[in-house]
Design a protein around this ligand. Sequence first.
Ligand SMILES: NC(=[NH2+])NCCC[C@H](N)C(=O)O
Length: 481
Amino acid sequence: MAVDDSIQVTSETGRLRRVLVHSPDSGLGKVVPSKAQDWLFEDIVHLDTIRRNEYDYYVKLLLYFLDERKIKGRLAHIDDPASERAFYKPGHRAFYHSEKVIELQVLLTEILESPSIKSQLVASVCAIEACSYEIQQEMMGYTPAALARVFFSGTYNETVLIFPPIPNFIFTRDIGIVINNHILLNKPKKEARKREALIAKYIFYHHPIFAGYRDRIIELTDTQHHFLLPKDSAAEKVTLEGGDVMVVSKDHILVGVSERTSREAAAQVVAHLFERGVVSKATIVRIPNKRDYMHIDTVFTQVKKDVWVMLGDFSRERTKGLQTDDIHRALRIQTHKADRLEIIQFEKADTAHPRFFESLEDLLIDVSVSDLGCAAEDVRIILSGNDEFPYDAREQWTDSCNLLALREGVVLGYDRNDRTTEAFRMAGFDIVDVRTLLADLEAGRLSVDALNDTLVLMPSAELSRARGGFHCMSMPLLRDE
Ligand SMILES: NC(=[NH2+])NCCC[C@H](N)C(=O)O
């Protein structure tokens, strides 16, 4: 069978054709309260609910948009209790196994068929997890499918843990980013995400679907200043996570500097991309370093060429203090320096003269107009919580700004962000619940091509506790231009 191996992403909203995802594995059901924060979960989640009542809907919708023949006409059977979710279980005979909606666990299992890759990965994982040699030998005896499960969940038999799980692997956005036809690998800041990066590296370098792209993989490394100089020197550690990178046009990339991505990493990325001729324009967006925000895609995402959703704190008015009186404005009471946003844009042809933007809103409007050819008066910025305090902050925390566009104007978001939803409605968007949408698609009352300007609401009570939305839960491999 010919493998469909095209990789190309030149926008945030072009129709999604292939995407890398990972359904919640049993590791999510092992997060304990004392470890939740270290493992970057805000709470403990209920595994069966997060799968059956939440993530499974995401899989169904992705299949409907990307690989319809896998699902159309089969919903009743797939979701029959007698099927016991087999359709959603990688490794099961009835698993959906799509070349468009690609499950990470399948790719990992497939590369582990090679004895040499298996022994390299087992040795590397055992090294970072400090396993005994005995355990390392034992792991070599596992089948590829069992070994893949151990790598994710940390356990072979679901009772004894040999190392911690990696519950954040559902956020595939953060393992790598396709920029045009290059793949930028991540270098996570957080300990809890290091094993993900290791596994991802082996997949990108060894799985046949990426075979044509090996010389287009970009990896970042620490500088010698960082590892030779004392810890408190100015030399920064190089860390980068995918939620901080957005390909807004085929020539222009946005790179966040955040809690997770360092300035040194951002500078390296821009230099690499300019050198290789991947893009000609790069904008660094430095956001306040705090857990609420973590990556730039937690404070804004793109909905269509001329529509964005964003946290109001970074609007024109608020960044420039325009909503306050002269005295407050002069004293800049609202924002401390460390909390201020900084936006610097570089053109490859003239890096010595960067351009500065005062607010995120200014930048997003400029992208729509200068890069995407929209008329300035058409650009709309929808604000989290409809910009009403305290709903703006509450809804940003539960990913109101972290939407995934399946195509121009058709986005997925959480159903719990009521005021943001209202703001979408006021901006002329249709609001539809995923369950209704799937029923309509299945009954043939609607086709995916008939949808325009639509916010699809997804169940989210458990998922949102993991602190990521559908933008984070997707690594696009192929989008239409
Ligand atoms: N691209 C994103 N915003 N990813 C969100 C990742 C959430 C995850 N719990 C973490 O803290 O790392």
